[in-house]
Write a protein of this length. Structure first.
Length: 282
């Protein structure tokens, strides 16, 4: 009898281990707050979940916040074959496996693209989405004739060769130039550069070109949940082009920041958090 009990216990341990592996995801997650309504916050390209720190401080009293950092970014362990579609599936699986009921998704930049993609493919999974400075197809703003297409591994390798071939100091300078172009808050430059430098270079290159090939314009019509889109101030100059991408969907509300650049949560904080609070409360 004792041997039988030991075997049953051992089998349970093995099965629990297998279940843990099947439910694992590559991104890291930090849970803060104990509110009934869950909010999942998805950072942008090469960013840490720390980009949401101030946002979470304003939400944690009334909501349960799940703050993600995507694999290979900002010091998080990388995965073998990162892709926009795979990350979409991983987040959707995370919601299912953790039994998170109707979360609100808040995504910045590429994270906003992931929120749009999840809402378009998993109609009953989320309550609403907040998209912070992301478009269904950013590339089409610069190339009106752009069409998404399948890119081979060889094409990815060739496209990423220059980025992968940069020395550490050259890459640091490039990251700093990028930071300056993305926020007016100079106190954030070092943090943004650090996140880029601690990102896996292979993931950085692969996801840069993968996301550049994403076109969610046809998927917008499949999004039925309420959606708030917060856009950086410079986009207001080309508002008709921007708004055309969202197809005048009645469940979408587009708002433009009064100042600042891509990191709206840094550059126009009071306007940004008021927009979010008003949206998620209603």
């Amino acid at each position: 009898m004792r041997k039988l009990i030991c075997r049953v216990v051992l089998l349970c341990v093995v099965l629990l281990g297998m279940m843990g592996k099947s439910f694992a995801q590559s991104f890291s997650v930090q849970r803060i707050g104990e509110g009934k309504q869950a909010i999942i916050l998805i950072p942008g390209f090469a960013c840490s979940g720390d980009v949401w720190n101030q946002t979470v401080d304003s939400l944690r009293s009334n909501y349960t916040c799940y703050i993600l950092t995507m694999p290979g970014f900002a010091g998080t362990a990388s995965e073998a074959n990162p892709s926009f579609d795979n990350w979409t599936k991983q987040i959707a699986d995370f919601i299912h496996n953790e039994k998170i009921e109707k979360p609100i998704l808040i995504g910045h930049s590429m994270g906003g693209g992931l929120a749009l993609n999840i809402a378009s493919t998993q109609a009953n999974l989320v309550k609403s989405i907040v998209v912070v400075d992301a478009l269904p197809c950013l590339t089409a703003i610069y190339n009106p004739n752009f069409q998404s297409r399948k890119i081979s591994d060889d094409e990815f390798a060739k496209a990423g060769a220059q980025l992968l071939g940069m020395g550490e100091e050259q890459f640091r300078r490039q990251a700093y130039i990028s930071a300056v172009s993305l926020t007016t808050d100079s106190l954030r430059y070092d943090e943004l550069v650090k996140w880029s430098l601690t990102s896996d270079r292979q993931t950085y290159a692969k996801m840069y070109y993968d996301y550049s090939n994403v076109d969610l314009r046809p998927a917008i019509k499949n999004i039925s949940v309420p959606a708030l889109v917060l856009l950086e101030h410079p986009f207001k100059k080309i508002a008709p082009i921007v708004e055309q991408q969202f197809g005048n969907q009645p469940n979408f509300r587009l708002e433009y920041a009064g100042k600042g650049l891509h990191f709206i949560m840094f550059d126009d904080w009071e306007w940004y958090i008021q927009q979010i609070m008003d949206f998620i409360i209603n």
